[in-house]
Design a protein around this ligand. Sequence first.
Ligand code: FES
Length: 225
Amino acid sequence: MRGDVPRGSPERIIIQYSESMMQKGTVAQHHKDDREDQKTSGSSVGHTTHVDDNESRPVTGRRAFLAWLGLGTVGVGGFLSVPLVRFALDPLTRAATETSWTDLGPTSDFMETGIPQKRTINITNIDGWRKVVSEKAVYVVKKADNSLAVLSSSCPHLGCSVKWNDDGKQFKCPCHNGAFAADGKLLSGPPPRNLDELETRVTDGRLQVKYQSFRPLVKSKEVLA
Ligand code: FES
């Protein structure tokens, strides 16, 4: 219809204006329909999407910051707690008995052959966080080759304390009559092995011993602590 009307004529201008108004009305109607559709369906398309983006950005930033803050706190806390945990567990991971050298006196005190000399020493036991000092008896004997040996008085049968019997010239265990020679060799009774010989050294002419406990009821000498 517009093609029949000459360009620039009043009729052509009126037709163009009418078409333009109709087009605007159609676009406005589309927008209105869209808004009504969104209200009905709850959808977040169109303008709503832009609003959500703007609102969600700071929320995401806050969450990330809090997450990093939490991780940092846990990391620093874990790092600082390592020495405390090691301090708390240290007594449980250490040996039950501290083995150190104990002085028994000058070697010249033990030169009498065949007669064991009894000495009492103090041993420190570590039980968890508790330190217990106990007395242990040992016997120093002079061997045939003139060297000195130190024997534990703990019977390798069930751990009773053996005593030197000067009349019988042997060690006797009062529990089940175990008997040992002066050098600790098993003579009779239920003990499964000889008396246990302890580690020794001589420093500045003095005899020193490292006390240890050994597993009872077994033939071999096995260190317990
Ligand atoms: S504990 Fe010594 S003989 Fe049994």
